[in-house]
Structures are given as structure tokens and as C-alpha cells.
Design a protein around this ligand. Structure first.
Ligand SMILES: Nc1nc2c(ncn2[C@@H]2O[C@H](COP(=O)(O)OP(=O)(O)O)[C@@H](O)[C@H]2O)c(=O)[nH]1
Ligand SMILES: [Mg+2]
Length: 299
């Protein structure tokens, strides 16, 4: 075998408490919108694989739901398990934290990493908020004292600052091997999944204050028709009373969500899309193991 085909290859799991910016970071690292992002904690529910394809490296990033203590609903338990499973699959763990903050759930995430015994890099995200930058120095020193991290890398995932540095650092800690995936692969997630997630993102942004967590989206039909993708998707809510919140007066809100999702997907997929949305009730689906399984949420 010619050695030239060998690259730095491996799996790197993005681990951290909810809302530190793991999904924003995944998107910045792979250069595509793969994982949905909202200001609301616990937006990510699934393990999402995204590949960074570099000239000398192939890094398989695993975005995960945030590890958190309050896991009382079945959905939250599944989310914690999903993050734990990614941790055990990874060659390298990237602990993502927020600049100048260290909370209970950050400590929990670090504890999990230590228990898994995986080598770890710490990423300090949201440094765009820190001025002047020197204010970071004591924080970095404290972080270094908490755990023997291979490296500490400050970034702004939002502004894509420090991301190239981070890719180089991660690659340098991965072993050389032949590529693990095709060189043009971006994700292991299906088109159907990306469409459902985009609808969930736009809807979550719309109903941010009014509906806590009980929204799920399921694509029921995906068909190519006269050069367009025709999609039927169901928005599942937990109670009859939540339907009007999602639909809005005269269907206004649902219409806005539909066009925002369609615009985003047209751009991301470079395809024209026709999107039909329905709202249906499935009582307390987030507490129901069977419902979670039907919605593709299990680990
Ligand atoms: N200012 C700033 N905000 C960020 C940055 N990265 C993420 N965010 C915001 O933090 C929130 C949570 O981001 P998300 O990626 O969903 O976090 P996750 O829960 O860890 O996946 C969103 O409102 C993001 O726009 C960053 O580098 N700077
Ligand atoms: Mg996320």
C-alpha cells in the first residue's frame, strides 16, 4: 500500500452541557449546516456525524445532545444516553465550554469524559463575547488545572474564529490510517432527517417562549416531482391545546415556519422544495418510550 493514501483519521465527539455551542461548532468545523441551532438548550436530540475532509486528515465529528442532570422525561434520558454512547465511540473527546463560565453541568460532562478514560481537548467557545481577550487567561489556567487536556483551544464557533486551528490540533492527535469514509462524504444523516430537523429548528425559533420541549417532526413522504422535492411532514405536539399555538391565527405561524424551512433547505441542498406541513397530537410523546422509537429517537 502506498503510504501517501494515509491520513490522520478518527472520531471526535463534541461533548458538553446544553447551549455551549456544540452544534454551531460542528457546522463550522465541517463547513455545512448539518446540526440545528437555536438559543434554547437541548435543541440537539440525536447523534449527528459530520465529516471534516482536509488534505491530510479526515475527522468524523459526533455532535451530541448536551449532558445534563435533569433527565426526568424519557426523551431526556435518551438524550443523555446518546451523548454517553458517542463518548464511548470516540478516539478523542472535545469538551466544549463557554468562555468565562463553569457550571454544574460542565463538571458533570468532564466527569463523564474522565470515567470514559478518553483523551480530551478543551474548546473554549464564544470568545467573541470576551473583551479584552486577556480576561480569558485566568479562565484558561483554571481549566488546565481541572484536567490534563491535550490542548486548550479558544474559538468563536459563531464567527468561525479559531476553527482552522482547532482542526489542525485535533488532526495532529489522530492516528494515521487509510480514509474511513469516502472523501466526498459529508454526513451519515439522510435527506429526510435533515428536512425534519430544519422544520424543527424554524418552529422552535417561532414558538421559543410558548412551547417548551414537546415538538417532534416526522417526514412522511419525500418524492421527486418535476425537478422538485415534494415533502409531507407532520409536526407532533403533546396536547390538543398546543395545536393552535403551532398553527397561529389563520395559519400564519405555520406558513412562516414552512417558508423559512423551505428557503433554508433550498439553499442548503441546492434543490427546489415543496413543503406541506401538518400538525398532529400524540399525547405526551416525550414521556413515551414507544413514541420515541417511532420518531427515531432511541439509543
Ligand atoms: N456569541 C456566540 N454565540 C454562540 C457561539 N456559538 C454558539 N452560540 C449561540 O449559542 C446558542 C446555542 O448554540 P448551539 O450550537 O445550539 O449549542 P449546543 O446546545 O451546545 O449545541 C445559540 O444561540 C448559538 O447561536 C459563539 O461562538 N459566540
Ligand atoms: Mg446542539
Amino acid at each position: 500500500m502506498p503510504l501517501a493514501t494515509e491520513l490522520h483519521c478518527g472520531f471526535a465527539a463534541l461533548i458538553g452541557r446544553p447551549n455551549v455551542g456544540k452544534s454551531t461548532l460542528l457546522n463550522a468545523l465541517v463547513g455545512a449546516k448539518l446540526s440545528i441551532v437555536t438559543p434554547r438548550p437541548q435543541t440537539t436530540r440525536h447523534r449527528i456525524l459530520g465529516l471534516a475532509q482536509l488534505p491530510d486528515a479526515q475527522i468524523a465529528f459526533l455532535d451530541t445532545p448536551g449532558l445534563h442532570r435533569q433527565a426526568n422525561r424519557a426523551l431526556n434520558k435518551v438524550m443523555n444516553r446518546t451523548a454517553a454512547a458517542a463518548l464511548s465511540e470516540a478516539d478523542l473527546v472535545v469538551l466544549v465550554v463557554e468562555a468565562l463560565r463553569w457550571m454544574h453541568d460542565d463538571a458533570l460532562a468532564l466527569q463523564r469524559i474522565e470515567r470514559a478514560g478518553r483523551p480530551a481537548i478543551a474548546v473554549v467557545n464564544k470568545v467573541d463575547r470576551v473583551r479584552p481577550r486577556e480576561r480569558l487567561l485566568p479562565y484558561l489556567a483554571e481549566l488546565a488545572a481541572r484536567h490534563p487536556f491535550l490542548a486548550l483551544v479558544p474559538v468563536s464557533a459563531l464567527k468561525a474564529q479559531g476553527v482552522a486551528d482547532l482542526l489542525r490540533t485535533i488532526a495532529s492527535h489522530l492516528p494515521k490510517s487509510p480514509p474511513l469514509f469516502d472523501r466526498d462524504t459529508l454526513t451519515d444523516r439522510s435527506l429526510t432527517f435533515r428536512i425534519a430537523e430544519t422544520v424543527r429548528e424554524k418552529l422552535t425559533l417561532e414558538v421559543n417562549q410558548e412551547l417548551p420541549y414537546g415538538i417532534a417532526v416526522q417526514v412522511e413522504r419525500l418524492e421527486e416531482l418535476e425537478g422538485r422535492l415534494v415533502v409531507d411532514a407532520v409536526i407532533w405536539v403533546e396536547r390538543e391545546g398546543q395545536k393552535p399555538i403551532v398553527i397561529g391565527a389563520g395559519g400564519e405561524r405555520l406558513k412562516r415556519v414552512g417558508s423559512a424551512a423551505r428557503r433554508a433547505l433550498n439553499a442548503q441542498l441546492e434543490r427546489r422544495l415543496h413543503l406541506n406541513l401538518w400538525v398532529k397530537v400524540r399525547e405526551n410523546w416525550a414521556d413515551n418510550a414507544r413514541a420515541l422509537k417511532d420518531l427515531g429517537l432511541e439509543s
